[in-house]
Each structure stands twice: as C-alpha cells, then as structure tokens.
Design a protein around this ligand. Structure first.
Ligand SMILES: C[S@@+](CC[C@H](N)C(=O)[O-])C[C@H]1O[C@@H](n2cnc3c(N)ncnc32)[C@H](O)[C@@H]1O
Length: 434
C-alpha cells in the first residue's frame, strides 16, 4: 500500500484491499493505522469498518448517482466515494467538512482528475437525499449482504432472518472476561470507574463485563498480567459448559489463539493436564503468547487434531473441547469482511473439516468423558447435522443436555443468535461417552 497521509485516502486504500483484493480487514487496518497520526486512527477505523459493512448499500446508491460505472483501474476512487457517502449517511460530521475533505483526498490518491467527480457525486447525494430511503430496496442492498448469504439465512431462520442481518451490521461491543482468581465483578467495575472507563455487567456470562466504548487492550487495567481478557460472552459459555473438575485430563483440540484454553485454566487450576492443539503454527504461537500473558501453562502442540496417530500419547481425555473451524456467520458484526470473502464452497469445506475432527477425536474420549462441540456459526449443516451424524455412527455416544441459558434448544444442542445488543451467534452441543 502507498504511504498516503490523508485519513480518508488511507481508509479508501484499506477498503480497496479488503473488498477488491481479498485481504483480511484486521491485517489491512493494522498496516493502515501504522501510517496514520494518532488523532486520525479513530476515524480511519470507523470509516473502514463502516464501508466494509455497508458496501452493498453504498455501491447501490453510488450506481444511481454516477452517470457511468467507475472503471476497474479506478476502484480506489469508488472506495473513496464510498468513504464520502458513508460519512454523510452514518456519521455526525458537518456535511461541508465531509465533502471537502473527501474531495481533497483525491490528490493524495494520485488522481486529481477525480476531484470534480467526487465533489459532484457527493453534492448530488445531498441534494437528493430523500430519494435514498431504504424502503423498497432489494434485501441484499437494504441489509448490505451478498445475495447468497441473505438467501441462506432466510432459509435457515425464516422467523429471525431480518434480526440476524440487522445484528450483523451493528458496531460490535467489547466484552471482557474477568479472571475470578484475581478479581471480582464489583471490584473490577470500581477499577474501571477509577480509570474513567464506562462498563456494565453482561447478563450472559457471570464473569463478563461490557464496555460502553472499545478501547486499546493496553489501557485495560490488569490486561498485561491476566486479570482480564477480551472475549465475547457467548464464547465464555464454552469453558463454563465443560464441567471441569480437579484431576481431569483435558484436550482443547482447536485451540488458537487460546481464549477458551485460558478460561478453562482459570476455571479449574487443579486439572491433571491440558493439551492445546492447533493446526496452524503461527496461530499456535499466539496460544503461547496468551499463556505467558496470563502466567499459566499447558502442553501446546502444532498438529492436525483430526489425525491423533500423529500426536496422541494414547492416554484418554476426560474432557474434549472442539471449538471447530467454521463459516463464522455468527460473528459477522466483528468481522464484516466475512461478507466479502466467504463463498458457498467454503461452507462445504468447513463442514468436511468439522466431520473429520469429530470422527478423529471421539475415540480419544474416556469412559464417561464429555466432548463439547462449539461453532460461531448459525447454520444447521455445521451444527445439529454434524451431531446427528455422530449419533448415527457411534452408538456409545449420547447427548448431554445443556442449560437454557446457552440459547434456543435445537434438536441436539443450543443455539444463540446474534443480536443488536452485541451478542454473537454461537452453537454448543455436549456429547457423552457411555
Ligand atoms: C474457532 S478457532 C478456535 C478459537 C479458540 N478455541 C479460542 O477460543 O481462542 C478454530 C481454530 O481451529 C484451528 N484448526 C482448524 N483445523 C484444525 C485441525 N484439523 N486441527 C487442529 N486445529 C485446527 C484453526 O487454525 C483455528 O485456530
């Protein structure tokens, strides 16, 4: 990426890389923010996330405002137009400043010829704003999702699809998990208050606090030494559902970056052993970093968990967590680039991986041992259908019921759907070896 300095240009180039070049939003943004002055980082983050999130709606409206389509080689200008339109539609920035600063950004883009175009399009929008009400728009534009995801979610959740699509477009909340061995809810709330950080109790998990505004983790009291971690409350329910007890041997089969691993270690310090596996070496390194931050320990292995012949020592596990790779369609608000990058064939691929993981790992379960299967997906193919296949193939395996606090009862597990209060979509099913 070029060394642009104007925050709108930096955002437009970041969007270009995510939307048209298939790059991952958080990586691109990290790089983009390195080029920015500290006072511009907030606006760049807001606008980049916002445009990636609302791209289908913004592109639809721009198509009506432009007299001819933007050429492929000028997709950066299209992204800058989206930046301008997003600010006018969604942010409380004075319109004059918004237009003039977006127009100025064309110079930094190295395309001064686009000055007139950006000015004309944004002014045309302002003079005909009423025309752009979302009523009557096709669903893909109105809810800003690719059509295939709209269709899929409508089909899976005919009663809830609009709520789900709306929740996917909300700005995500930042949720903390307290390490109960080091602090308590009211004690940590007081500490946050002393540091002028607004927070409230999150009802989903007993150790979760929700921050009113996202902040840098370095500014969280106690983050560097494991008093607190960042983890959604839906995700916190996984370790809380493992029924951990002293002396157990535990496997965390898809462990990186180690959020649930660390939570399990906090919940039960007297485990006999916990083995953490991930197939991705770079991500396994993140587990090690995470463990060092919280000053805890586990046996960390880089391997394909679905092929125990390559790593298993033959000793069965009392508890197994399979937090499987998935479509992540329950966490779109946090990762809006999923809407751009996910393809229908990816779902087939993760369904296959999930099946291999379950089939490979069930034989490692001790008698009376339990396996918790979780995904941040809301698709039955990745959730109940996987469990149904396990029950068909393994007569020794039965369902161990989970409490209603985990979400809607499904045929075999519990499903949380994403909501506009910031809750993630998450699936849980617990299996028992008789
Ligand atoms: C949903 S993430 C896990 C998140 C993690 N449990 C946490 O709480 O931080 C899924 C992980 O599974 C890993 N993975 C995918 N296929 C795997 C396999 N066959 N064996 C082990 N890990 C795998 C991915 O690299 C990814 O890190």
């Amino acid at each position: 990426m070029s060394q642009a300095k104007n925050p709108r240009t930096i955002a437009a180039l970041a969007i270009l890389h995510v939307v048209f070049r298939g790059r991952q939003l958080n990586r691109v943004l990290e790089h983009a923010l390195d080029q920015a002055n500290s006072e511009n980082r907030g606006i760049i983050t807001e606008v980049t996330y916002g445009v990636v999130r609302w791209f289908w709606l913004l592109e639809h409206e721009l198509n009506q405002l432009l007299t001819r389509p933007v050429r492929r080689k000028d997709q950066d200008v299209l992204c800058l137009l989206c930046v301008g339109l997003y600010q006018l539609k969604f942010l409380r920035i004075p319109q004059y400043a918004c237009v003039s600063e977006t127009v100025d950004a064309t110079a930094d883009l190295g395309k001064p010829w686009a000055r007139g175009l950006v000015n004309a399009v944004l002014r045309k929008y302002l003079s005909s704003e009423d025309q752009f009400r979302s009523n009557g728009l096709p669903d893909d534009c109105r809810y800003s999702h690719p059509q295939w995801i709209v269709d899929l979610i409508k089909q899976e959740w005919p009663e809830n699809w609009e709520e789900i699509l709306r929740a996917n477009n909300c700005r995500p909340k930042m949720t903390l998990r307290l390490n109960v061995n080091k602090t308590g809810v009211s004690e940590y709330l007081d500490l946050l208050k002393e540091n002028h950080i607004l927070a409230s109790v999150d009802q989903t998990s007993p150790v979760a606090l929700q921050l009113a505004n996202r902040i840098c983790v370095e500014n969280l009291p106690g983050f560097s030494n494991g008093v607190v971690s960042v983890q959604s409350s839906a995700s916190q329910l996984a370790a809380l559902s493992m029924e951990l007890a002293p002396g157990q041997r535990v496997l965390d089969a898809c462990s990186a970056p180690g959020g649930k691993l660390v939570h399990m270690l906090e919940l039960e310090p007297e485990l006999e052993e916990i083995v953490a596996i991930d197939i991705d070496q770079a991500r396994t390194a993140e587990i090690v970093d995470n463990l060092s931050r919280v000053q805890n320990d586990a046996q960390v292995i880089t391997a394909d968990a679905a092929r125990p012949d390559e790593w298993w020592d033959g000793k069965p596990f009392d508890r197994i967590l399979v937090d499987a790779p998935c479509s992540a369609l329950g966490v779109v608000s946090k990762h809006p680039d999923i809407k751009h990058h996910r393809k229908p064939a990816d779902i087939d691929q993760v369904v296959e991986q999930q099946r291999h993981l379950l089939e490979g790992l069930l034989p490692l379960l001790n008698r009376n041992g339990k396996l918790l299967y979780t995904t941040c997906s809301i698709l039955a193919r990745e959730n109940d259908s996987q469990i149904e296949a396990v029950l068909c193939n393994h007569p020794n395996i039965s369902i161990d019921q989970l409490p209603p606090s985990l979400g809607h009862q499904t045929r075999f597990g519990r499903q949380r759907l994403q909501d506009d209060a910031g809750g993630d979509g998450f699936y849980y099913a617990r299996l028992k070896n008789q």
